[in-house]
Ligand binder design. Sequence first.
Ligand code: EPU
Length: 342
Amino acid sequence: MKIRENVPISTLTTMRLGGAARYVIEIEEDKDLAEAYKFAEDKKLPTYILGGGSNVIGRDGGFDGVIFVNKLHGIYVIDSDPERIRLCAKSGDLLDDLVEYSVKLWNGESYGYSGIEALSKIPGTVGAAPVQNVGAYGQEIKQTLHSVCVYDCKDNCFKHMMADELDLGYRHSIFNTGDGVGRYFITSVTVELHKNWLKPPFYTSLQAYFDERGTKEFTPQVVRDAVAEIRASKLPDPAEFASAGSFFKNVYIKEEEIPAAEAKGIPVWDGGKIPSGWLIEHAGLNGKEFFGMRVSDKAALVLINESAKSYADLAKARQAVIDAVYEKFGYKLEQEPMELGK
Ligand code: EPU
């Protein structure tokens, strides 16, 4: 267990903004957790858990508390029958490494188990996946999540929780709402994956990719490669550009509001989802820069930190985008990433 003092949050998060955190502790083994929470309790400081920092924005005033950086690693096959397999991954592993593992596993007939291949190349850790029920290209972790192991810092003990106890919804779980915030450190995640589970038609843009290429044989690896290529062509490479993935949530409207939206020419999917990327694009904001933050020209949902020096710059840029979309379409966009500090 390594303890560091006065570490800028900008160095721990992919948006690269934010003042200093008072302490940072690297959690390398499950057994570090009790000691790490005791350290924070003795100092009467709040705690915050970071994985890859790809969905958290640091604020300028820094964090007068203890950040736990998750360094727990390992992927294990824990149970299997001819049709299914359960894989358990420690929460500090990259989600993409778990996906890679799952598509390369021999299933008795061929390579690959299905269920998370569409989550390929999502930045971030395994532990972050249940927190906001990550999803992309037609899959959400909710569909395959079996259970999680957590350290509960309220009861000071480890607990095993089944997926249906986690209230998983769109970018939502018990871990990012109400009393659950800050209470649990997820130590491992178990997913249940299936043999021969791939059923076309796939998510619209994924299916279009296959149709263009005449692809008719689908394996988890084929889907993974397609998603990786679509993401690389649309989303800015996190290694090169500072961003936090989709910066705005999609808008969900009620059934009775759908005709009015459609009358304005706004696309409405899946009984009420309005793609916020479409709204931003059609408000003419692609490629525009505000206060050092650029709206990606390829994926309008992504804000890229070109030269913003502070969270204050980001807040002004965010408001400019929200206002422009509201003026044009009457929908109020909400931020997707979480925030840390004051
Ligand atoms: N669209 C545009 N312009 C854009 C983006 C989207 O017009 O710049 C429209 C298009 O009509 C497109 C539709 O929106 O067909 C849907 O776009 P896409 O499938 O790319 O998905 P999204 O709604 O923009 C969501 C997630 C992404 C995820 C993709 C793919 C949210 C906030 N974002 O984006 O997640 O990768 O679906 O499944 O739900 C993330 O959360 O960081 C993230 C990248």
